[in-house]
Design a protein around this ligand. Sequence first.
Ligand SMILES: [Zn+2]
Ligand SMILES: [Zn+2]
Length: 154
Amino acid sequence: MATKPSSQPSQLERAKKALSEHHHRVTKSRLAVARALIAHNSLWITPEEIHQQIQNQELVACDLTSVYRTLTLFERLGLVARSEFYGEAARYGWRSERPDDSCEHAHFFKCKNCQEVEPLSQCLFADLAKSLAKRGFTNLEHRFEVTGLCPNCR
Ligand SMILES: [Zn+2]
Ligand SMILES: [Zn+2]
């Protein structure tokens, strides 16, 4: 199957489809959050920035709490990924495709100079987490981040 180019309308359609497939209503505010994320493409933005953008550009009432709720929902649906670095607000980025592995979360590299964030292709702890879960450990959480200089900044 050929992969379609990730143009804006098709990404928005994808969001609508994911919502209705999982029996969530396709609301104006949810679509506004999706549009804000899609417009930023691969850049990672905070919920506050998304909220600000909606206030500036959309004729939709969508408070910050709704933005947070929508982001949590989109993350569950595999539409967005969340990047978190120690001592910083979480940032969100649109996923143009659903990740094929079963791992729902992602880890990230961040450039100390230009602040560019890049998702890492895999989770090093997936096997470890699985074996701990098998031994009866629950509510497992882990954090892993890589910082440094990106090829453009080195
Ligand atoms: Zn850089
Ligand atoms: Zn992980």
